[in-house]
Design a protein around this ligand. Structure first.
Ligand SMILES: Nc1ncnc2c1ncn2[C@@H]1O[C@H](COP(=O)(O)OP(=O)(O)OP(=O)(O)O)[C@@H](O)[C@H]1O
Length: 589
């Protein structure tokens, strides 16, 4: 029940809707049961005529009694239909509203989680929760909730009629009900973990599919189709197995409950018939009881089905609510960041993703408006340092300051708004080029978009595209070349017009000539901004005010290009290597 309680708490604003929907379900059930009682009254009319129940109410003529009965029946059916319509509308709209809220809340929450969360979770599994699991709720609220209420109602209403007509018989006929309810609870308890395994397995399939669809070109290039198909087959097999185990239990419950029902039905049929034969109850009452046993006990077979649906939905909802309860562990709040100059300082910053230290006691100061570069061996921690600035991760020791303000004290969104970032993995949306450059803005300022594209040396290639700035670039920008994608990412950061520009290998995929052109515009753009650049090609960073050479998480050399050459250290050796190869016309770097 705890999942249902959690769902109720979550759906607080819809409580009124849920109560109304439940009320309509109850009224509908009331009308639904009445025809059986009316059959009894009809039998009573034709058997007892002037001595019938209706005659006692004052309708003495038998024919009039029948007419009277006909009108009541029409009203009852009309009422049943009306309230069926009303409860359907309420429950189904409630399902849609709740699902919509839950989907948005879950998505918003996921967006706030730290990057480390995503590194430890498969995207596919998250997709399974955000999509499939949330959709499960619709199934439950569309039918399940109403069915539970109606089964409970019919049990209460029919029991009342039973006790009114034949209390002894009622006790015997209803004896299986508690057993059925207990059995259903037991079943629900047993099947819950099996459904949890099924949902997990569904998440794994979704994860694998997602991974493979993203890597379809690699799969083809390595002719790994069969290999990957086997992976999917394994995941699908696991899904099938876990479902099989759930099905085994789920399929047994209805036949078992039916047997329990059978006992109640046989008792009413035989014992009730015996009472009628001996004149202890009337024929009309007997027929009402037989019909009502049907009406009472049959829906109880459905109870198992409902319990099954309930458990499946609750397992899914539990996963969504757990996701919503995942602590964010990031301080979004903080002091607002007004207009900044862009001075940066790293003071004794140390960081590790896990056990292994990645950055060790880094201290450096970047004056506002300066351009600095980080170079060095792959894996030495350059990107990590930039990510700490954006607070993708929080440093374990030391502090990073912007204009002297501790970055952890700044409102996170303000901090990120002040920084234009081009990461190593360019992410573009399935939208037009203009929308990608003006990313995150409702309306793109096309003049500014073009200016940013010019600065990133992207304008020419964009103009050559058939639809220019309106060209749709496909999912993740797959219709563009790697270099074109990078230039769009750069244009996007420039369009943002930030005080701090962070470029992590932002031009690694473009040719030397384009890079030189970008370099020229960047020299212009960097004016009045603090720019941090990570690059492997040293020629890109030779004009920086300061170049930091990193090795295994430490800054081992720092200075201007000329200064570092004069030091004759790692930088000078790397420079000679890169330019030496150039002199021999080998374009390797
Ligand atoms: N999210 C992560 N979780 C765990 N370890 C990570 C993560 N990101 C990077 N690392 C590790 O941290 C180290 C530094 O990585 P980083 O990306 O900062 O290096 P880099 O100097 O930018 O390298 P490159 O020049 O290849 O881009 C590497 O050993 C890497 O394996």
């Amino acid at each position: 029940m705890s999942s249902l309680r959690r769902l109720f708490q979550y759906a607080g604003v819809y409580r009124r809707d849920a109560y109304l929907a439940s009320l309509f379900s109850i009224i509908n059930k009331f009308f639904d049961i009445l025809p059986e009682v009316l059959i009894g009254v009809a039998v009573d009319v034709v058997v007892n005529r002037e001595a019938s129940f209706l005659a006692k109410l004052g309708v003495s003529d038998s024919f009039h009694q029948l007419l009277y009965l006909g009108v009541i029946t029409a009203l009852v059916w009309g009422g049943e239909s009306l309230f069926e319509y009303l409860y359907q509308i309420r429950w189904r709209n409630l399902a849609q509203n709740l699902q919509h809220d839950l989907r948005l809340d879950a998505y918003r929450h996921v967006q706030k989680l730290p990057l480390s969360y995503f590194e430890n979770k498969s995207t596919g599994k998250l997709m399974a929760i955000l999509n499939d699991d949330i959709n499960q709720m619709e199934r439950f609220l569309n039918g399940g909730a109403n069915s539970i209420i109606q089964v409970l109602c019919s049990t209460v209403m029919v029991s009342a009629v039973f006790f009114y007509i034949a209390p002894q018989l009622a006790l015997i006929a209803l004896a299986p009900v508690p057993l059925i309810l207990l059995g259903t609870f037991w079943f629900q308890h047993r099947i819950a973990p099996r459904y949890a395994t099924v949902r997990e397995a569904a998440g794994v399939i979704s994860g694998r599919l997602n991974n493979n669809l993203l890597g379809v070109a690699t799969i083809k290039a390595f002719t790994a189709e069969d290999f990957e198909a086997r992976h999917i087959a394994d995941a699908s097999h696991h899904y099938r197995q876990s479902n099989r185990s759930a099905i085994q239990l789920s399929a047994a419950i209805i036949p078992i409950i039916r047997m329990a029902i059978l006992s109640g039905f046989v008792v009413t049929l035989v014992y009730g018939g015996y009472l009628a034969l001996n004149g202890k109850i009337g024929v009309g009452s007997y027929s009402v009881l037989v019909f009502l046993t049907q009406r009472l006990l049959w829906p109880l077979t459905g109870l198992a089905d409902i319990a099954d649906l309930y458990q499946r939905s609750m397992t899914a909802i539990e996963r969504v609510l757990d996701l919503l309860d995942t602590p964010i562990h990031i301080h979004y709040e903080g002091q607002p960041l007004g207009q900044i100059k862009g001075a940066l300082s790293f003071e004794h910053v140390s960081f590790s993703y896990g056990e292994q230290p990645i950055l060790k006691d880094i201290s450096l100061h970047i004056a506002a408006g300066q351009t600095v570069a980080f170079v060095g061996a792959t894996g030495s921690g350059k990107s990590t340092l930039l990510k700490l600035l954006l607070r993708f991760y929080e440093s374990q020791q030391g502090s990073i300051k912007i204009d002297g303000i501790e970055s952890k004290a700044i409102a996170l969104l303000d901090l990120r708004r002040a920084i234009g970032y081009v990461g190593q993995d360019v992410f573009l949306s399935d939208a037009s080029i203009a929308q990608n450059i003006a990313y995150g803005q409702q309306a793109a300022d096309i003049t500014a978009v073009m200016a940013a594209a010019r600065a990133a040396e992207a304008h020419e290639f964009i103009e050559r595209l058939p639809q220019g700035y309106d060209t749709q670039i496909g999912e993740r920008g797959q219709k563009l070349s790697g270099g074109q994608r990078q230039r769009l990412a750069l244009a996007r950061a420039i369009y943002k017009n930030p005080k701090i520009l962070v470029l992590d290998e932002a031009t690694s995929a473009v040719d030397n000539e384009t890079e030189a052109a970008i370099q020229k515009s960047l020299d212009q753009i960097a004016k009045g901004r603090t720019t941090l650049v990570v690059a492997h090609r040293l020629s890109t960073v030779r004009n920086a005010h300061c170049i930091y050479v990193m090795e295994q998480g430490e800054i081992v050399e720092a200075g201007t290009h000329e200064g570092l050459l004069a030091q004759e250290g790692n930088y000078a050796a790397l420079w000679r290597l890169q330019t030496g190869l150039r002199e021999n016309n080998v374009e390797l770097v």
